[in-house]
Design a protein around this ligand. Structure first.
Ligand SMILES: [Zn+2]
Length: 257
């Protein structure tokens, strides 16, 4: 759906562009809830407010993803201070991870971070993501890793986390979870969807107890290059997210409130 189509009910005081961003982000929270990619009241998906460099939308701390709506998302600055008069607070530790990426990467308007069981399981495995499955080979030479440093509260870790990510859009936080970013919600979601699937398949394949067949490295690299060309182009990602938006409109349209 085009952003224009989402702006028809922008309330007074909110720009049409910010309202469109709020609707899209709220839909994404509901989608994560449906997919089981939530951590109860923790974890975040953040989106830069259109037309700003240093303002972001984030979920209200204390609500589950299924309770997030366009209007209860909180607009904050780089320090996590509330800018829109919201009665809700935000999770400062959670935002530090997202802030690290947003501030180091002007192109990373959307940042997603999850603690899914499959993502965490692979994040705990010494070798990280193995290039063994259709979605996993997409990440050959495209995946960053960041070593575990505990709950991210230290500003010094921000620079290390951003350095670990570099110019990549997908990262495994070792022992912790998954992180993706992109210029749009749709792009970050597509990265996370395929990475999550790769982790689920790896966990299932290793649990099978049978020898694992690994494709030749050149096949994996070629598949990654093909995926990268598609991922950075964005058209398929937009199609995928538009379908997710239709699903959420049918399943739980309350996100548009
Ligand atoms: Zn986390």
């Amino acid at each position: 759906m085009s952003p224009e189509a989402l702006t028809d009910r922008a309330p007074a005081g909110t720009s049409p562009a910010e309202w469109a961003a709020r609707v899209e982000l709220a839909a994404c929270y509901r989608l994560f809830g449906r997919l089981g990619w939530h951590e109860m009241i923790y974890n975040h998906i953040t989106l830069r407010v259109p037309g700003t460099e240093d303002q972001f939308l984030i979920n209200p701390f204390g609500l589950m993803y299924r309770e997030v709506t366009a209007s209860n998302l909180v607009r904050i600055d780089t320090e996590g201070r509330v800018l829109d008069g919201s009665a809700y607070g935000v999770n400062p530790a959670g935002f530090i991870v997202h802030r690290s990426v947003h501030m180091a990467r002007p192109d990373a308007h959307c940042v997603m971070h999850t603690h899914t069981t499959a993502g965490l399981a692979v994040a705990c495995q010494e070798e990280g993501l193995l290039p063994i499955s259709f979605p996993a080979v997409f990440y050959t030479d495209r995946l960053a890793y960041h070593d575990f440093e505990g709950i991210t509260l230290e500003r010094e870790e921000c620079a290390r986390l951003a350095a670990s990510l570099g110019t990549r859009n997908a990262m495994i936080l070792r022992n912790h979870g998954l992180l993706t970013c992109g210029p749009t919600v749709a792009d970050a979601f597509a990265e996370l969807y395929h990475l999550q699937r790769a982790c689920e398949v790896q966990v299932a394949a290793l649990a099978g107890g049978r020898p694992i067949r690994t494709p030749p490295a050149e096949v994996a690299r070629r598949a990654a290059a093909q995926f990268d060309a598609t991922a950075r182009h964005g058209e398929q990602n937009a199609l995928l997210f538009a379908a997710m938006l239709r699903w959420m409109d049918e399943a739980e349209p309350g996100f548009r409130r």
